[in-house]
Every structure is written in structure tokens, then in C-alpha cells.
Design a protein around this ligand. Structure first.
Ligand SMILES: Nc1ncnc2c1ncn2[C@@H]1O[C@H](COP(=O)(O)OP(=O)(O)OP(=O)(O)O)[C@@H](O)[C@H]1O
Length: 303
């Protein structure tokens, strides 16, 4: 069944989180996180190791309870709400798979997931080349990940979250995942949150990006406006250096006599004109450079 035709009336904001705190003993994983996610969008969740991504997704999926603040999915607290939980799917890197054959686990999901699509599951089995008769304990790491991606996509949950679920998958398998996610999303729009460290590779999926850093949400913006926060400049090295002087340079690459720098500065019309007149090329800012810039501060690198 298409999630859009579900008996549930979806509020415009699928997820509402207010002043969330999550702690593990004396470790505070998230503090003061507030966010609103709309239905039927693809969100990228990025952050450095230990920044709190898994903690956030675990709370949304009701794997954990918030220590403070409120969490609402479709207007309701997902914790101990079986109806909401059946409409939320979190695929974690660890897979959370029982030691059973692929075919048996698919049968289980078919029972439990109200929107399960068997045709999609069969196609993904073929595309990922997964042996339906094999026990998951005998699968390679990448195969386990691909199977997790299959389960997440074929579940067609209105809120589907992948937490680094593609670790160990080779590049062709990751491309299949991205292609299938986009294809299915176009046909059956729903909300995805995709956490990843492969920012440029997965970036083309995202409409909006959430960046968490040290337990706080530091950015929630559209990909387009994030890319507009800076610009890449390329051309003859000497000219590029002269042009970038005084600007906040995020990164640089030298290829023979040519150089490309990325700068954290909104490319005004004036800057564009000057660059063009100087024979330089302006390009979009790589999300990865922006991410590194925003999450690398001196206190992160104690001497
Ligand atoms: N079960 C736990 N017990 C104690 N501390 C934990 C536990 N799980 C997470 N933490 C701590 O909470 C913080 C956030 O962890 P979390 O797993 O949410 O980060 P992450 O952004 O998903 O990291 P990564 O990118 O490395 O997977 C870290 O400091 C981590 O050490």
C-alpha cells in the first residue's frame, strides 16, 4: 500500500523534536536539540564520530527514550506507541538481524510491516545478488548491509531511517541503493533520514541536511542554500591565490599549473563578475568541505 493512501492523516510536520536530551550515564549524547521535519522529504544527517547521530535516530525509532524534551512522530510520542512504531523503520549499521535465512526474515517483515512490497524485495534480492536460502550469519559484511537496505526500502515505512546502513557495501552496491531509493521515493513519496560519512556520494539524495556536532544540531538547511554559503574558484594558480587573498579558504587542490580553492563566502554578483573578468571559473561548494569547516574547531584538536 502506498503510504500516501494510508488511513493515517499525516500532519504536515512528520517529526517534531523539542529541546531533546539523551544521556548514557554521565555522557550527554544530545542536548537542546529541536527540529521539525516535513513529510515526504529526504534528509541527510551528518556529523563527526560520536556527535549523536545514532542517538537521535534511536529516539525517533523508539529504541531509546528521551531523557528530557519531547519527541513527536505524526504528532505522537513514538515511545511505547506500537502503531507509530510500525510506521517507522530504522536500519542500523549493525543490522539487528536474527540468525535466520534471508527468506525467513523477509517473511517476518512481510508480516510485521503494513506497507511491505514483495515485488520490490524480490527485485532488490536480484540486484544485490543476495542468496535467499542463506542464513544471515553466513553473509559477508557488505551483503548484510545490502540486505538491511533491502528491508528498509521494501518496508515502505512513512519514516524510514538508514544509519550508516551501507558500511561495507562496495561502490556498485551503494549506487544501486541510491538509485533504488530515489526510484522508489518518486513512486511512493515518504520521509527518509540518511546518516552518512560519505557526504559527496550521498549528497545528491538530500533535499535538506542536518548537521550535529558534539550533541547539538548546528545546521538545518536545504542543500541548495548550504552550497551557496561558499564557492570554488579555479584557474591559473597565481591568479587564484591573488583572488582568494583575504577570503576564508576551506581547502585547496593543485593540479599542475591549475589550482582550485574553496572559500566560505557567498558568491555575490560582484565576485562572480570579478572572477569572470580575471578568467577564473566559479563552481559550487563541495558539501564535504563545508562540513569539515563547520565541525572542525581548534578545541577539537588539542595540542
Ligand atoms: N550505550 C552507550 N553507552 C555510553 N555512551 C554511549 C552509548 N552510546 C553512545 N554513547 C556516547 O554518546 C555519544 C554519541 O554517540 P552516537 O553513537 O549517538 O554518535 P554517532 O554520531 O552516531 O557516532 P558515529 O558516527 O561514530 O557512529 C558518544 O560520546 C558515545 O560515546
Amino acid at each position: 500500500m502506498n503510504p500516501g493512501t494510508s488511513v493515517h492523516e499525516q500532519p504536515e510536520n512528520l517529526v517534531e523534536v523539542d529541546d531533546l536530551r539523551v544521556s548514557y550515564g554521565d555522557v550527554t549524547a544530545l542536548e537542546g536539540v529541536s527540529l521539525t521535519l516535513e513529510a515526504n522529504k529526504i534528509y541527510g544527517l551528518i556529523g563527526r564520530n560520536g556527535s549523536g547521530k545514532t542517538s537521535l535516530l534511536s529516539v525517533l525509532a523508539a529504541f531509546r527514550r528521551a531523557d528530557a524534551g519531547t519527541v513527536r512522530v505524526e504528532g505522537r510520542d513514538p515511545y511505547e506507541d506500537a502503531d507509530i512504531v510500525s510506521r517507522v523503520c530504522l536500519i542500523r549499521e549493525s543490522g539487528d538481524l536474527p540468525a535466520a535465512k534471508i527468506r525467513q526474515i523477509i517473511g517476518l517483515y512481510r508480516e510485521l510491516r503494513p506497507n511491505w512490497d514483495q515485488e520490490l524485495a524480490d527485485r532488490l534480492l536480484r540486484r544485490f545478488d543476495l542468496p535467499a536460502g542463506r542464513n544471515v550469519s553466513k553473509l559477508s559484511r557488505g551483503m548484510k548491509s545490502a540486505f538491511g537496505c533491502l528491508l528498509g526500502l521494501a518496508s515502505r515505512a512513512p519514516l524510514t531511517m538508514f544509519d550508516e546502513s551501507y558500511l561495507g557495501m562496495d561502490a556498485p552496491a551503494r549506487y544501486i541503493f541510491i538509485e533504488e531509493l530515489l526510484r522508489d521515493y518518486v513512486e511512493y513519496p515518504r520521509t527518509f533520514i540518511v546518516s552518512t560519512h560519505l557526504i559527496e556520494e550521498f549528497g545528491r539524495l538530500f533535499e535538506e541536511v542536518l548537521i550535529v556536532d558534539k550533541g547539538r544540531l548546528i545546521v538545518h538547511d536545504t542543500v541548495d542554500s548550504l552550497r551557496e554559503r561558499g564557492v570554488s574558484i579555479s584557474g591559473p594558480a597565481e591568479l587564484v591565490d591573488r583572488f582568494a587573498m583575504g577570503l576564508d579558504v576551506l581547502g585547496e587542490q593543485v593540479l599542475g599549473p591549475t589550482k582550485q580553492v574553496t572559500v566560505y563566502s557567498h558568491p555575490t554578483d560582484d565576485l562572480r563578475r570579478q572572477a569572470k573578468a580575471a578568467g577564473l571559473e566559479l563552481g559550487t561548494l563541495p558539501l564535504q568541505d563545508l562540513f569539515v569547516h563547520l565541525t572542525t574547531r581548534p578545541e577539537r584538536n588539542p595540542s
